[in-house]
Design a binder for this molecule. Structure first.
Ligand code: ADP
Ligand code: TRP
Length: 323
């Protein structure tokens, strides 16, 4: 079973990204052959500055490795280190009806947010289909928002097979419905667009302050019982604490006598401890940039090998090559 997924280098990772995307990917590398890449071509559709694109790409490589991506188990590379993907995207775009792309929510949603409607933004799902089909992926772990792009991919694979013979298998999306949406510090979905995130990595003092000052609580007095359903602190604490510690905090909510200040302190300690190992690993990676470059270079060689085979087959099938 080959799993493939791409993550956009769009800035500082938060714990929503961790529980929704990074951790599932790290767990899947044990279960099959994993191809994971940093979608820097895609990020160009929304990122203005070259420095930001470069820094975020390197930053994501470091953070993903720090969070447990094992380059001995997963093939890890940047999307742009395999330029073959652009040729496949072109070929797929030949069989792609305009209407298919016009229906995509993500494009409409980005335009509504004021992002300029470029050709790249419109063609984004075709490049994503090329990412997936180039590596003969069986299964693609993605967030719910990407489900429609997987449908486009399957559609395009089907059209290619119909027109040129069996070229591609149809990849399955792996959408973990049970991965609860991680709430942000204000209780809405955690998202960098809402400015309500808790980063995975950062300065201790700043993060402690973020938890203390930004998590929204109600005005229940210290002595009174507190709602367990509405407690953002409790929902976040569950992600990091042992089940005994979590149960204890539930009891303390129900019984009263413990204030939100103490709960926030407990949350910070559990969160800080949870990422201790990843933080140490990250320090090491930041001090050894050569290692990160080597991992990405090795990954790119392996990915290109696979890409080259697929592309040769496709070029022959569509009439671009004849030996
Ligand atoms: P953001 O909303 O901060 O812009 P992205 O859309 O870049 O995050 O998401 C990258 C990955 O992280 C996706 O797989 C997405 O499903 C996952 N993810 C983002 N926010 C959350 C969240 N609050 N809870 C669970 N998963 C999330
Ligand atoms: N579009 C995906 C996102 O924004 C990133 C991505 C690009 C991707 N290519 C992919 C995900 C291929 C899975 C497979 O999250």
């Amino acid at each position: 079973m080959r799993y493939l997924t791409g993550l956009q280098p769009s800035g500082q990772l938060h714990i929503g990204n961790y529980f929704g995307a990074i951790l599932p990917a790290v767990l899947l590398q044990e279960k099959g052959e994993a191809f994971y890449f940093i979608a820097n071509y895609h990020a160009m559709t929304t990122m203005g500055s070259s420095r930001m694109l470069r820094d975020n790409t390197r930053g994501l490589a470091v953070d993903f490795l720090a969070c447990g991506l094992d380059p001995k188990k997963a093939v890890f590379f940047t999307q742009s280190s395999v330029p073959e993907v652009n040729e496949l995207a072109w070929i797929l775009s030949v069989v792609c009806p305009m209407g298919l792309l016009e229906r995509c929510h993500s494009y409409k949603e980005k335009m509504a947010r004021g992002i300029a409607a470029s050709h790249a933004l419109f063609a984004y799902p075709v490049l994503m289909a090329a990412d997936i089909l180039l590596y003969n992926s069986d299964a693609v772990p993605v967030g719910k928002d990407q489900k429609q792009h997987l449908e486009v991919t399957r559609d395009l694979a089907g059209k290619m097979n119909e027109a040129f013979g069996e070229l591609f298998k149809l990849p399955e999306p792996v959408i973990n419905e049970s991965t609860a949406v991680v709430p942000g510090l204000d209780g809405q979905k955690m998202s960098k667009s809402y400015g309500n995130t808790l980063p995975i990595f950062g300065e201790e003092k700043e993060l402690r302050k973020l938890i203390n000052k930004k998590i929204v609580t109600d005005a229940t007095p210290l002595e009174a019982p507190k709602s367990t359903e509405k407690s953002i602190i409790l929902t976040l604490y569950k992600l990091f604490a042992s089940s005994e510690d979590y149960d204890r905090m539930v009891q303390q909510h129900l019984a009263g006598g413990v204030g939100y200040g103490q709960f926030k302190k407990d949350l910070f300690e559990a969160y800080w401890e949870y990422f201790r190992h990843a933080r140490e690993k990250r320090e090491w990676l930041l001090a050894n940039p050569g290692y990160v470059d080597d991992v990405l270079t090795t990954g790119a060689v392996r990915a290109r090998e696979e890409a080259g085979k697929t592309l040769a087959r496709v070029r022959r099938a569509v009439g671009l090559a004849w030996e």
